[in-house]
Design a protein around this ligand. Structure first.
Ligand SMILES: NC(=O)c1ccc[n+]([C@@H]2O[C@H](COP(=O)([O-])OP(=O)(O)OC[C@H]3O[C@@H](n4cnc5c(N)ncnc54)[C@H](OP(=O)(O)O)[C@@H]3O)[C@@H](O)[C@H]2O)c1
Length: 328
């Protein structure tokens, strides 16, 4: 099969179109013919092996060379074959998942415990835009944020892959939502259901005197203490991400916010979708929200498979509005 594989860390051109053996599903795995995949910061962090500190962390990307050859965390496609113990899926089923790797290829093996039926009202392109970003938003808003109907919620970074889902989810859970984004995306974020929008190029939400019950910090442009100024005394700060750096960021930003947790009155938490063990159950929840029209993916651009490096380069530039998708 064709796949974009990498042998060394570096910029998008380390992703080389190669012929590799088609994977064979283990007993609990499903072989999926990939119809679409999407790109996220997770992919280019692994591609570059940055921040370097992540290479030292358990389950990290490999100290000197990439531990993962084929990137691509999200997939939507069709079941080609199933392992002996698989009971829920059969060839021909339309599915989607967040296998965390292997999506930049014609086929990928996904554990049955990570796979879900594709939402009936989405195309493969749309479905591939959902898993990692929407699962992160769900973790941040519902599980770590413990959102309650009627609360006021600020989503910082409302126009990106995670933020476009976080705004819609917070609305679906009955909150009053303020979305922070740049000038060109104010209309989009309002159209996703935000009651208020803040243009980060004109205003500083940490200094305008407003207080929120929940702050979901995806863009991470302000330090944790500045963000807590925008919270009520009983409020919750959920750290999701922040500006990238070579050595430490965004890991340093997230951990600095968490470290302050025991010393401040507000609750401080982080979302970590990669280590979450409930992703299948959460994907089924997302399917229901999608099929009932409560949330829908926002797609910025679709690239053909041959242009995976260009898709990753565009995502890495940091100005995607919603998701960047690759179709096969
Ligand atoms: N913890 C986890 O499990 C997890 C999972 C997924 C992602 N993340 C992290 O979350 C972060 C966002 O991920 P993503 O997929 O949403 O990224 P993304 O799609 O690349 O986000 C791009 C968006 O961010 C906006 N933005 C940039 N700077 C901003 C600022 N200072 N204030 C408000 N908006 C700003 C951009 O708008 P403009 O073009 O107008 O600047 C653009 O629309 C990353 O750090 C990523 O690593 C963490």
């Amino acid at each position: 099969m064709k796949a974009f594989a990498q042998r060394s860390y570096g910029p998008p051109d380390v992703l080389e179109l190669t012929d590799v053996g088609t994977p064979v599903p283990r007993a609990d795995e499903v072989l999926v013919r990939v119809r679409a995949t999407s790109v996220q910061p997770y992919d280019w962090h692994l591609m570059r092996g940055e921040p370097y500190i992540a290479r030292l962390m358990p389950g990290g990307p490999g100290l000197f060379r990439p531990a993962i050859a084929i990137l691509g965390a999200d997939v939507a496609g069709v079941v080609e074959a199933v392992g002996d113990d698989v009971t829920e899926f059969r060839p021909g089923d339309e599915v989607y998942a967040m296998p965390k790797q292997g999506g930049f290829a014609e086929y990928v093996c996904v554990r049955e415990g990570e796979l879900a039926p594709k939402p009936g009202n989405l195309s493969f392109e749309q479905a591939a835009a959902v898993p990692l970003a929407a699962l992160t938003a769900l973790l941040a808003v519902r599980d770590q944020g413990r959102i309650q109907p009627g609360q006021s919620v600020l989503v910082n970074g409302a126009s990106g892959g995670v933020g476009t889902f976080a705004v819609q989810l917070a609305k679906a859970f009955g909150a009053k939502v303020t979305g922070v984004c740049g000038t060109r995306n104010l209309g989009l974020v309002r159209s996703l259901g935000a009651d208020e929008v803040v243009d980060y190029t004109e205003e500083d939400f940490t200094r305008d005197g407003r207080r929120y019950d929940l702050l979901v910090d995806i863009a991470g442009g302000h330090g944790g203490s500045a963000c807590r100024r925008a919270l009520t005394r009983e409020g919750t700060y959920v750290s999701v991400g922040g500006p990238a750096g070579r050595w430490l960021q965004p890991v340093g930003h997230v951990f600095a916010a968490l470290a302050a947790g025991p010393f401040v009155p507000q609750r401080v938490a982080m979302a970590d979708v990669v280590r979450c063990t409930e992703n299948k159950r959460n994907l089924l929840t997302l399917t229901e929200l999608i099929e009932t029209g409560k949330i829908t993916p926002v797609i910025d651009r679709c690239y053909p498979f041959e242009d995976v490096p260009a898709a990753v380069a565009y995502q890495e530039a940091g100005h995607a509005t919603g998701k960047v998708v690759v179709t096969m």
